[in-house]
Design a binder for this molecule. Structure first.
Ligand code: ADP
Length: 583
């Protein structure tokens, strides 16, 4: 069994099935994955931009509210201060003025000259006052927010109203930790998103989750635009998308950062699902492909083995048919074909044996005939000469004359038979010439015409329109045709029609001798070419066997064919001599 051949077909089938299954599947998954990824990324960008914009609005509103609050307080303090209130009274007034859950840790009232008038810590922690007063243009910016050092602090500074406008300001101190409360920015408004506040140049003022935003801002932000935008940043291994939205009333921006892997988490779920699904499908495909390949290749391999075995041993064991599909029908056809072949082989062997037997018989008959003929011929010639002499000498009315005539006739028959026998044993030399087969037919007709007329048989010649050349000994072929013609005439006891038809075939010429006589009964068809086989009272049974022998010596064949409508058809096949062919 050939392992490589098996693998070849199975491997190819497997590859084909996998190729048609896995490639389109993978392409489809890839396509779905890519489009989902693009859609989800776009969605995340939009959501992030909306978040940044909303937070910018919120920040703006919140700062306005705090400013309003400080202005109110400043208004009250200005009244209290002008009324000559003490520091303790001012502090109490400040404490009272602020709401309990406000964002300020402490308030400080500073005179226009920078002298601290009053300090209030509003909570348990000590306020972290800035080392120096903010240098703000109070005339235009009535409220400022500041940052100090790397610790982020925010100050809301209210400027006195009216006459005291440049006399004092109020500092509100907000701790960094309280910034989210101030700006209402819970760390995870959007799952995974981080929020921060940047100044116009992109420097972080406040970052809710400093880590990510600082990284992104450092690398990706230049001067920021007036509308909300989304940019990509971060490192290749940890990429982010960042949305920036300007707060309306100031130069600040709210930034919202979302790590890409968080944004694409749903996609990665899809991808994992798709990968898992693909793996399962591929496994299923491999198994089913292997099974499919097996169902095709196993019977094919068995078939191939059976063919080899059949060729080698000439014996045949039918291959088992496992299925009703195309492979099954192939197996069935092979079994049928092999059985036919076995039968044909047997038939050929049988024919071969018969042929051998015939050859053997012919050889024996030939030797015998030539021996006997020689022995008979000489005394026969002597006896015939004696009878001839006797007939010449006795008077015409001698009563023994009819007896002698009969004896002479019988002796002539014996002589004819011995001549035939001798010809059979030693066929005459071939004197081949190139001749038109139609001419041979003409000559035959001329020879048998008298007998045909006597037997009331119509002779019909059907020559070809063009000459058909054969390279033969014309005497011998005419002798064969005459012999066939005479046999035919003898078979038409009540008259009839004898046709001699010339047909040109591919590479050969056929001369058919067709009669309307008794025909050859099926049970003797195989015997008529055997020497000495005859159904006639006075037949020798040598005519057909000698004819066959002569034609075969020309490289042709003589055969009996079916004759529709009764009668017999003998066909002489001769090799065609192509025109221009060397003779
Ligand atoms: P013979 O003519 O001496 O019998 P052949 O060899 O010529 O010997 O013929 C053998 C036998 O074939 C004949 O006896 C006859 O039975 C049969 N045969 C030959 N030609 C015809 C024919 N045209 N029609 C019917 N039978 C024929």
């Amino acid at each position: 069994m050939n392992g490589r051949r098996r693998f070849g077909l199975r491997g190819k089938l497997l590859l084909l099935l996998l190729g048609f299954g896995v490639v389109p599947l993978t392409a489809a998954i890839l396509l779905v994955y890519r489009s989902s990824r693009a859609a989800i990324t776009e969605q995340a960008e939009n959501a992030l931009r909306d978040l940044a914009a909303q937070q910018a609005v919120h920040l703006d509103t919140e700062l306005r509210r705090q400013r309003l609050l400080l202005r109110t307080i400043v208004g009250q303090l200005t009244v209290a201060d002008s009324a000559g209130a003490s520091a303790a009274q001012l502090a109490a007034a400040l404490r009272q003025a602020l709401p309990e859950d406000g964002v300020f840790d402490g308030l400080r009232l500073v005179s226009a000259g920078g002298e601290i008038l009053v300090d209030v810590a509003l909570r348990d922690v000590e306020p972290h006052w800035p080392s120096e007063a903010p240098a703000a243009d109070w005339a235009t910016h009535r409220v400022e927010l500041h940052r100090e050092g790397d610790q982020v602090l925010a100050y809301v500074v209210g400027l006195g109203q009216g006459e005291n406008a440049s006399a004092a300001w109020l500092e509100g101190h907000v701790r960094a930790a309280d910034f989210p409360r101030l700006f209402s920015m819970p760390p995870h408004l959007m799952a995974g998103a981080e929020l921060g506040v940047l100044d116009e140049a992109g420097n972080p003022i406040f970052v809710a989750h400093e880590h990510g935003l600082n990284q992104v801002v450092a690398g990706s932000v230049g001067r920021l635009p007036d509308t909300a935008i989304v940019v990509r940043g971060g490192t290749q291994r940890a990429p982010f998308m960042v949305a920036f939205a300007p707060a309306e009333d100031m130069d600040w921006y709210v930034a919202a950062v979302l790590p890409l892997d968080v944004a694409l988490a749903p996609v990665s779920r899809i991808r994992n699902l798709a990968l898992g699904g693909t793996a399962i499908l591929v496994a299923l495909l491999v198994v089913t492909s292997a099974m499919a390949a097996r169902t095709v290749t196993t019977p094919l391999a068995q078939l191939a083995d059976a063919v080899q075995e059949f060729g080698r041993s000439e014996s045949f064991a039918p291959v088992r048919q496992r299925s009703q599909d195309e492979v099954g029908s192939l197996v069935r056809s092979f079994n049928r074909m092999a059985q036919d072949l076995v039968r044909s082989r047997e038939e050929i062997e049988r024919l071969h044996e018969a042929e051998l037997e015939r050859t053997h018989q012919l050889a024996t008959v030939g030797e015998l005939a030539s021996g006997v003929a020689h022995e008979i011929r000489n005394p026969l010639t002597g006896v015939m000469g004696a009878i001839e002499l006797a007939l010449k000498r006795i008077p015409q009315d001698d009563p023994s004359r009819p007896l002698l005539n009969e004896a002479e006739m019988q002796l002539r028959r014996i002589e004819a038979t011995t001549t035939q026998l001798l010809r059979y044993a030693r066929p005459p030399e071939l004197r081949e010439v190139v001749v038109d087969a139609n001419l041979l037919v003409d000559r035959t007709i001329r020879v048998i015409e008298p007998q045909a007329r006597t037997g009331r048989v119509a002779l019909v010649a059907e020559p070809t329109a063009e000459p058909v050349l054969v390279r033969v000994d014309p005497e011998q072929v005419v002798q064969v045709l005459v012999n066939l013609g005479l046999n035919a005439l003898q078979a038409m006891t009540d008259g009839g029609r004898l046709t001699l038809r010339v047909v040109r075939r591919d590479g050969s010429v056929e001369v058919a001798v067709i009669d309307t006589g008794l025909g050859v009964p099926p049970d003797v068809r195989r015997d008529i070419f055997r020497p000495f086989f005859t159904t006639k009272h006075q037949g020798t049974g040598l005519g057909l066997s000698i004819s066959q022998q002569l034609i075969e010596r020309h490289g042709g064949a003589l055969r009996l064919e079916e004759t529709p409508g009764g009668g017999a058809t003998f066909v002489v096949v001769l090799p065609l001599q192509e025109e221009g062919e060397s003779s």
